[in-house]
Design a protein around this ligand. Structure first.
Ligand code: AMP
Ligand code: MG
Length: 349
Protein backbone atom coordinates (compact mmCIF):
# COMPACT_ATOMS: atom_id res chain seq x y z
CA UNK A 1 0.00 0.00 0.00
CA UNK A 2 1.23 3.49 -0.80
CA UNK A 3 1.04 5.82 2.20
CA UNK A 4 0.19 9.45 1.40
CA UNK A 5 2.18 11.81 3.64
CA UNK A 6 1.00 15.42 3.82
CA UNK A 7 2.38 18.18 5.98
CA UNK A 8 -0.18 20.57 7.39
CA UNK A 9 0.20 23.91 9.12
CA UNK A 10 -1.35 23.88 12.59
CA UNK A 11 -2.65 27.42 12.37
CA UNK A 12 -3.62 27.79 8.70
CA UNK A 13 -5.27 24.41 8.15
CA UNK A 14 -5.21 23.18 4.57
CA UNK A 15 -8.83 22.24 3.86
CA UNK A 16 -7.86 19.88 1.01
CA UNK A 17 -5.70 17.77 3.32
CA UNK A 18 -8.46 17.59 5.94
CA UNK A 19 -10.99 16.61 3.28
CA UNK A 20 -8.71 13.93 1.85
CA UNK A 21 -8.16 12.47 5.35
CA UNK A 22 -11.91 12.60 6.05
CA UNK A 23 -12.77 10.84 2.78
CA UNK A 24 -10.29 8.04 3.49
CA UNK A 25 -11.77 7.56 6.98
CA UNK A 26 -15.35 7.56 5.68
CA UNK A 27 -14.48 4.90 3.14
CA UNK A 28 -13.01 2.64 5.84
CA UNK A 29 -9.30 3.54 5.52
CA UNK A 30 -6.61 4.41 8.05
CA UNK A 31 -5.21 7.91 8.67
CA UNK A 32 -2.58 8.87 11.27
CA UNK A 33 -2.86 12.40 12.67
CA UNK A 34 -1.52 14.46 15.57
CA UNK A 35 -3.41 14.99 18.81
CA UNK A 36 -2.14 16.91 21.85
CA UNK A 37 -1.07 13.65 23.56
CA UNK A 38 0.56 11.43 20.88
CA UNK A 39 -0.09 10.71 17.17
CA UNK A 40 -3.24 8.63 16.70
CA UNK A 41 -4.03 6.01 14.06
CA UNK A 42 -7.59 6.82 13.01
CA UNK A 43 -10.37 4.64 11.60
CA UNK A 44 -14.16 4.96 11.56
CA UNK A 45 -15.05 3.64 15.04
CA UNK A 46 -18.57 2.66 14.01
CA UNK A 47 -17.36 0.53 11.08
CA UNK A 48 -16.16 -2.82 12.42
CA UNK A 49 -14.09 -3.64 9.32
CA UNK A 50 -12.28 -0.30 9.49
CA UNK A 51 -11.54 -0.76 13.19
CA UNK A 52 -10.16 -4.24 12.47
CA UNK A 53 -7.63 -2.73 10.07
CA UNK A 54 -6.12 -0.81 13.00
CA UNK A 55 -5.33 -4.06 14.80
CA UNK A 56 -3.69 -5.47 11.68
CA UNK A 57 -1.57 -2.37 10.94
CA UNK A 58 -0.34 -2.03 14.55
CA UNK A 59 -0.06 -5.74 15.28
CA UNK A 60 -2.28 -4.97 18.27
CA UNK A 61 -3.84 -7.81 20.32
CA UNK A 62 -7.55 -7.93 19.47
CA UNK A 63 -8.66 -7.83 23.14
CA UNK A 64 -7.15 -4.36 23.54
CA UNK A 65 -10.08 -1.95 23.02
CA UNK A 66 -9.85 1.32 21.07
CA UNK A 67 -10.66 4.81 22.29
CA UNK A 68 -13.40 6.56 20.29
CA UNK A 69 -12.54 10.19 19.55
CA UNK A 70 -15.30 12.76 19.15
CA UNK A 71 -15.26 16.46 18.31
CA UNK A 72 -18.24 17.78 20.32
CA UNK A 73 -20.50 16.89 23.27
CA UNK A 74 -23.52 16.21 21.00
CA UNK A 75 -21.69 13.17 19.62
CA UNK A 76 -21.61 11.46 23.03
CA UNK A 77 -25.31 10.50 23.20
CA UNK A 78 -25.26 8.13 20.23
CA UNK A 79 -22.49 5.91 21.62
CA UNK A 80 -23.19 5.94 25.39
CA UNK A 81 -26.08 4.33 27.24
CA UNK A 82 -25.98 6.69 30.25
CA UNK A 83 -23.87 9.74 31.01
CA UNK A 84 -23.33 10.07 34.78
CA UNK A 85 -23.64 13.57 36.28
CA UNK A 86 -19.96 13.50 37.35
CA UNK A 87 -18.90 12.82 33.77
CA UNK A 88 -20.64 15.99 32.65
CA UNK A 89 -18.83 17.97 35.34
CA UNK A 90 -15.48 16.50 34.28
CA UNK A 91 -16.22 17.00 30.58
CA UNK A 92 -17.09 20.68 31.13
CA UNK A 93 -13.64 21.25 32.61
CA UNK A 94 -11.34 18.85 30.75
CA UNK A 95 -12.92 18.29 27.32
CA UNK A 96 -11.53 18.95 24.86
CA UNK A 97 -8.29 17.69 26.42
CA UNK A 98 -6.03 14.78 27.39
CA UNK A 99 -8.71 12.79 29.23
CA UNK A 100 -10.60 9.63 28.22
CA UNK A 101 -13.77 8.52 30.02
CA UNK A 102 -15.36 5.06 29.98
CA UNK A 103 -19.14 4.63 29.66
CA UNK A 104 -21.68 1.86 29.00
CA UNK A 105 -21.86 1.60 25.21
CA UNK A 106 -24.84 1.51 22.88
CA UNK A 107 -25.25 -0.87 19.94
CA UNK A 108 -23.94 1.85 17.62
CA UNK A 109 -20.42 0.89 18.74
CA UNK A 110 -19.34 -2.48 17.32
CA UNK A 111 -17.70 -5.02 19.65
CA UNK A 112 -14.77 -5.03 17.23
CA UNK A 113 -14.00 -1.49 18.43
CA UNK A 114 -14.31 -2.24 22.15
CA UNK A 115 -12.43 -5.52 22.17
CA UNK A 116 -15.66 -7.33 23.03
CA UNK A 117 -16.47 -5.13 26.06
CA UNK A 118 -19.91 -3.58 26.67
CA UNK A 119 -18.22 -0.33 27.65
CA UNK A 120 -16.69 2.31 25.40
CA UNK A 121 -13.77 4.67 26.03
CA UNK A 122 -14.34 8.20 24.68
CA UNK A 123 -12.05 11.20 24.32
CA UNK A 124 -12.49 14.67 22.85
CA UNK A 125 -9.05 15.92 21.79
CA UNK A 126 -8.17 19.58 21.81
CA UNK A 127 -5.71 19.56 18.88
CA UNK A 128 -7.19 21.57 16.02
CA UNK A 129 -6.06 19.14 13.29
CA UNK A 130 -7.45 16.18 15.25
CA UNK A 131 -10.82 17.90 15.74
CA UNK A 132 -11.15 18.77 12.06
CA UNK A 133 -10.17 15.28 10.90
CA UNK A 134 -12.65 13.68 13.32
CA UNK A 135 -15.43 15.90 11.95
CA UNK A 136 -14.44 15.28 8.34
CA UNK A 137 -14.27 11.53 8.99
CA UNK A 138 -17.84 11.25 10.27
CA UNK A 139 -17.49 12.23 13.94
CA UNK A 140 -16.48 8.92 15.59
CA UNK A 141 -12.84 8.02 15.08
CA UNK A 142 -11.08 5.16 16.86
CA UNK A 143 -7.50 6.32 17.28
CA UNK A 144 -4.96 4.36 19.31
CA UNK A 145 -1.36 5.53 19.29
CA UNK A 146 0.03 5.32 15.74
CA UNK A 147 2.93 2.98 16.51
CA UNK A 148 3.63 -0.70 16.03
CA UNK A 149 2.32 -2.42 19.19
CA UNK A 150 5.08 -2.66 21.78
CA UNK A 151 7.14 0.24 20.43
CA UNK A 152 7.21 3.66 22.12
CA UNK A 153 4.21 5.82 21.13
CA UNK A 154 4.87 8.36 18.35
CA UNK A 155 5.27 12.01 19.20
CA UNK A 156 6.24 13.12 15.67
CA UNK A 157 5.05 12.16 12.17
CA UNK A 158 8.54 10.71 11.53
CA UNK A 159 7.97 8.18 14.33
CA UNK A 160 4.72 7.17 12.61
CA UNK A 161 6.52 6.83 9.26
CA UNK A 162 9.13 4.53 10.86
CA UNK A 163 6.46 2.14 12.06
CA UNK A 164 3.55 2.34 9.63
CA UNK A 165 4.67 3.43 6.15
CA UNK A 166 3.16 1.03 3.62
CA UNK A 167 0.59 -0.24 6.13
CA UNK A 168 -1.82 2.71 6.29
CA UNK A 169 -3.44 5.07 3.76
CA UNK A 170 -2.29 8.47 5.00
CA UNK A 171 -0.14 10.31 7.54
CA UNK A 172 -1.02 13.93 8.33
CA UNK A 173 2.15 15.61 9.60
CA UNK A 174 1.28 18.44 11.99
CA UNK A 175 4.67 18.62 13.72
CA UNK A 176 5.57 17.44 17.21
CA UNK A 177 2.77 16.91 19.75
CA UNK A 178 2.79 18.96 22.94
CA UNK A 179 2.10 16.58 25.84
CA UNK A 180 3.87 13.41 24.75
CA UNK A 181 2.18 10.81 26.96
CA UNK A 182 -1.24 9.22 26.36
CA UNK A 183 -4.48 10.51 27.90
CA UNK A 184 -5.61 9.84 31.45
CA UNK A 185 -8.27 7.09 31.42
CA UNK A 186 -11.10 7.53 33.94
CA UNK A 187 -13.70 4.78 34.31
CA UNK A 188 -17.11 6.43 34.89
CA UNK A 189 -18.99 3.09 35.10
CA UNK A 190 -17.85 2.54 38.70
CA UNK A 191 -18.33 4.54 41.89
CA UNK A 192 -16.09 6.24 42.83
CA UNK A 193 -14.76 6.78 39.31
CA UNK A 194 -11.42 5.02 38.81
CA UNK A 195 -8.22 6.04 37.01
CA UNK A 196 -7.10 3.14 34.79
CA UNK A 197 -4.14 4.97 33.23
CA UNK A 198 -2.43 8.12 34.58
CA UNK A 199 -1.96 11.08 32.22
CA UNK A 200 -1.77 14.86 32.12
CA UNK A 201 -5.13 15.25 33.91
CA UNK A 202 -4.12 14.06 37.37
CA UNK A 203 -5.97 12.43 40.28
CA UNK A 204 -5.59 15.68 42.25
CA UNK A 205 -7.18 17.71 39.43
CA UNK A 206 -10.11 15.28 39.16
CA UNK A 207 -10.71 15.04 42.92
CA UNK A 208 -10.95 18.79 43.15
CA UNK A 209 -13.93 18.57 40.79
CA UNK A 210 -15.82 15.41 41.74
CA UNK A 211 -14.49 14.25 45.10
CA UNK A 212 -13.03 10.79 45.65
CA UNK A 213 -11.34 9.16 42.67
CA UNK A 214 -9.92 5.64 42.93
CA UNK A 215 -6.80 4.38 41.15
CA UNK A 216 -6.54 0.90 39.59
CA UNK A 217 -4.40 -1.01 42.12
CA UNK A 218 -2.28 -2.61 39.42
CA UNK A 219 -0.88 0.86 38.60
CA UNK A 220 0.37 1.25 42.18
CA UNK A 221 1.46 -2.34 42.82
CA UNK A 222 2.51 -3.56 39.41
CA UNK A 223 3.92 -6.75 40.91
CA UNK A 224 0.54 -7.89 42.15
CA UNK A 225 -1.05 -10.80 40.30
CA UNK A 226 -4.10 -8.67 39.49
CA UNK A 227 -4.99 -7.95 35.86
CA UNK A 228 -5.27 -4.22 35.00
CA UNK A 229 -8.82 -2.99 34.32
CA UNK A 230 -7.74 -1.36 31.03
CA UNK A 231 -6.89 -4.45 28.95
CA UNK A 232 -4.08 -2.62 27.15
CA UNK A 233 -2.21 -1.88 30.37
CA UNK A 234 -1.21 -5.52 30.82
CA UNK A 235 0.99 -5.54 27.74
CA UNK A 236 4.65 -4.58 27.86
CA UNK A 237 4.04 -1.36 25.98
CA UNK A 238 6.43 1.40 25.17
CA UNK A 239 9.44 -0.87 25.27
CA UNK A 240 12.80 0.12 23.76
CA UNK A 241 15.01 -2.59 22.28
CA UNK A 242 17.67 -2.01 24.94
CA UNK A 243 17.42 -3.32 28.50
CA UNK A 244 16.19 -0.34 30.51
CA UNK A 245 16.85 0.02 34.24
CA UNK A 246 15.33 2.79 36.38
CA UNK A 247 17.27 3.89 39.45
CA UNK A 248 15.51 5.53 42.36
CA UNK A 249 16.65 7.20 45.58
CA UNK A 250 18.87 10.12 46.62
CA UNK A 251 19.75 11.88 43.34
CA UNK A 252 23.48 12.13 44.04
CA UNK A 253 23.71 8.41 44.81
CA UNK A 254 21.57 7.61 41.76
CA UNK A 255 23.98 9.44 39.44
CA UNK A 256 26.97 7.69 41.09
CA UNK A 257 25.37 4.29 40.69
CA UNK A 258 24.44 5.00 37.05
CA UNK A 259 28.06 6.03 36.37
CA UNK A 260 29.30 2.80 37.98
CA UNK A 261 26.93 0.59 35.99
CA UNK A 262 27.59 2.46 32.74
CA UNK A 263 31.39 2.05 33.14
CA UNK A 264 30.93 -1.65 33.77
CA UNK A 265 28.82 -2.24 30.64
CA UNK A 266 31.05 -0.02 28.49
CA UNK A 267 34.12 -1.99 29.56
CA UNK A 268 32.33 -5.16 28.43
CA UNK A 269 31.91 -3.57 25.00
CA UNK A 270 28.21 -2.65 25.18
CA UNK A 271 26.55 0.55 23.99
CA UNK A 272 25.17 2.44 26.99
CA UNK A 273 22.54 5.20 27.10
CA UNK A 274 21.76 7.41 30.08
CA UNK A 275 18.52 9.32 30.62
CA UNK A 276 19.57 12.42 32.56
CA UNK A 277 17.91 15.72 33.46
CA UNK A 278 19.07 19.31 33.00
CA UNK A 279 20.00 19.25 36.68
CA UNK A 280 22.21 16.15 36.48
CA UNK A 281 23.48 15.79 32.89
CA UNK A 282 26.89 17.27 33.80
CA UNK A 283 27.50 14.58 36.43
CA UNK A 284 27.78 11.71 33.95
CA UNK A 285 31.25 10.86 32.78
CA UNK A 286 30.61 8.25 30.07
CA UNK A 287 27.95 6.66 27.88
CA UNK A 288 25.50 8.38 25.54
CA UNK A 289 23.87 10.94 27.84
CA UNK A 290 20.50 12.34 26.75
CA UNK A 291 18.79 15.12 28.68
CA UNK A 292 15.07 14.36 28.97
CA UNK A 293 14.03 17.75 30.41
CA UNK A 294 14.10 19.65 33.66
CA UNK A 295 12.96 18.52 37.09
CA UNK A 296 11.54 22.05 37.54
CA UNK A 297 8.87 21.21 34.96
CA UNK A 298 8.12 17.53 34.48
CA UNK A 299 5.90 18.33 31.48
CA UNK A 300 9.20 18.67 29.58
CA UNK A 301 10.14 15.15 30.70
CA UNK A 302 6.80 13.77 29.47
CA UNK A 303 7.31 15.50 26.12
CA UNK A 304 10.71 13.92 25.47
CA UNK A 305 10.32 10.43 26.93
CA UNK A 306 9.17 8.46 23.87
CA UNK A 307 11.42 10.33 21.44
CA UNK A 308 14.48 9.52 23.57
CA UNK A 309 13.56 5.84 23.81
CA UNK A 310 13.26 5.74 20.00
CA UNK A 311 16.60 7.56 19.60
CA UNK A 312 18.30 4.91 21.73
CA UNK A 313 16.70 2.26 19.50
CA UNK A 314 18.10 3.81 16.33
CA UNK A 315 21.54 4.20 17.97
CA UNK A 316 21.61 0.46 18.66
CA UNK A 317 21.89 0.96 22.43
CA UNK A 318 22.19 -2.23 24.54
CA UNK A 319 21.63 -0.88 28.06
CA UNK A 320 19.79 2.25 29.20
CA UNK A 321 19.94 3.66 32.73
CA UNK A 322 17.37 6.25 33.77
CA UNK A 323 16.85 8.45 36.78
CA UNK A 324 13.35 8.32 38.27
CA UNK A 325 10.79 11.08 38.65
CA UNK A 326 8.24 12.29 41.17
CA UNK A 327 4.98 10.42 41.53
CA UNK A 328 2.74 13.49 41.80
CA UNK A 329 1.17 15.42 38.92
CA UNK A 330 2.37 14.48 35.42
CA UNK A 331 5.26 12.61 37.11
CA UNK A 332 2.95 9.68 37.83
CA UNK A 333 2.22 9.31 34.09
CA UNK A 334 5.95 9.55 33.30
CA UNK A 335 6.86 6.92 35.92
CA UNK A 336 4.05 4.63 34.78
CA UNK A 337 5.36 4.67 31.17
CA UNK A 338 9.01 4.52 32.18
CA UNK A 339 8.48 1.52 34.47
CA UNK A 340 6.49 -0.28 31.79
CA UNK A 341 9.27 0.39 29.30
CA UNK A 342 11.69 -1.07 31.87
CA UNK A 343 9.52 -4.14 32.44
CA UNK A 344 9.35 -2.84 36.06
CA UNK A 345 13.09 -3.22 36.48
CA UNK A 346 13.70 -0.61 39.19
CA UNK A 347 16.66 -0.41 41.59
CA UNK A 348 16.53 1.48 44.87
CA UNK A 349 19.90 2.97 45.79
P1 AMP B 1 -4.14 3.56 23.18
O1 AMP B 1 -5.28 4.21 22.47
O2 AMP B 1 -3.26 2.72 22.33
O3 AMP B 1 -3.39 4.58 23.98
O4 AMP B 1 -4.77 2.54 24.23
C1 AMP B 1 -6.07 2.65 24.71
C2 AMP B 1 -6.13 2.20 26.14
O5 AMP B 1 -7.47 2.36 26.58
C3 AMP B 1 -5.77 0.74 26.35
O6 AMP B 1 -5.01 0.59 27.52
C4 AMP B 1 -7.14 0.11 26.50
O7 AMP B 1 -7.10 -1.09 27.23
C5 AMP B 1 -7.94 1.19 27.20
N1 AMP B 1 -9.38 1.06 26.96
C6 AMP B 1 -10.04 1.34 25.80
N2 AMP B 1 -11.35 1.05 25.93
C7 AMP B 1 -11.53 0.58 27.19
C8 AMP B 1 -12.66 0.11 27.92
N3 AMP B 1 -13.88 0.07 27.38
N4 AMP B 1 -12.47 -0.32 29.19
C9 AMP B 1 -11.23 -0.28 29.75
N5 AMP B 1 -10.12 0.16 29.11
C10 AMP B 1 -10.27 0.58 27.84
MG1 MG C 1 -0.77 2.80 22.56
Amino acid sequence: MKTIIERIDTVQLNIDTIKKAGDILKSGGLVAFPTETVYGLGADALNEDAAKKIYAAKGRPSDNPLIVHIADMEALGKITETIPEKAIVVAKKYWPGPLTMIFQKTNAVPLGTTGGLDTVAVRMPEHLIAKEIIRAGGGYIAAPSANTSGRPSPTTAQHVEEDLTGKIDMIVDGGAVNIGVESTILDMTVEPPMILRPGAVTKEMLEELIGEVAVDKTLIEPDSKKVPKAPGMKYRHYAPKAELTVLEGDLLRVTEEINRRAEEKLSEGFKVGIIATAETAGRYSSGNVKCIGTRQDEMTVAGNLYGILRDFDSDGTDFIYSESFSTGGIGSAVMNRLLKAAGHHIIHV
